[in-house]
Design a protein around this ligand. Structure first.
Ligand code: ZN
Length: 174
């Protein structure tokens, strides 16, 4: 994946890709995103899902803190007073959610589809990953257009435009 997109993912999801620049003795993530640009949207969406609980908790904490510091009331008509413990409760939830964000170990293409390895994931996280991996087998790795798995011996996922001429009549999709 080109550097600009790699950087964008790491900036958007720093918790998830916190090992992006760790040494290769510790993580395969040091090699970056080893797949084509066409899967950027799949990886971006998957990353958002893997962080969604944390992002929600963070926004909830930050907005409560802001209301507390600016008038101390919830922002609706006849809003109730916000107590310091309301802010603290949300801060603790954010910290808890932060600890539940898995770390990504490796992202690569193998046998034509995406492989996305994490550490510390829940069943929910693995379901999102399974979905993304299946979707990659229907998405051109080069350009992101609808495609299918092609090839003989070595496999790749491509739209018609990015398929080698000899593979155009293949149908390896189920
Ligand atoms: Zn394509």
């Amino acid at each position: 994946m080109r550097e600009e997109l790699d950087k964008k993912l790491c900036e958007k999801y720093p918790l998830l890709y916190r090992d992006r620049n760790a040494p290769m003795t510790e993580t395969c993530m040091c090699w970056g995103f080893c797949c084509g640009d066409g899967w950027y949207n799949i990886i971006d969406t998957l990353s958002a899902l893997l962080c969604s609980k944390y992002n929600y908790a963070k926004e909830n904490y930050e907005s409560t803190k802001e209301y507390y510091e600016n008038g101390g009331k919830w922002p609706w008509v006849d809003g109730k007073e916000i107590k310091p413990e309301d802010v603290e409760e949300r801060r603790l939830k954010m910290v808890e959610a932060e600890e539940s964000v898995p770390v990504v170990l490796q992202v690569k293409e193998k046998l034509g589809t995406l492989r996305f390895y994490i550490n510390g994931g829940t069943e929910e996280h693995y379901n999102y990953i399974r979905f993304a991996e299946l979707l990659s087998g229907r998405t051109c790795e080069t350009c992101g257009a609808p495609g299918k798995v092609r090839g003989h011996g070595w496999y790749y996922t491509a739209c018609d435009d990015h398929t080698e001429e000899g593979d155009l009549n293949d149908d390896t999709s189920e």
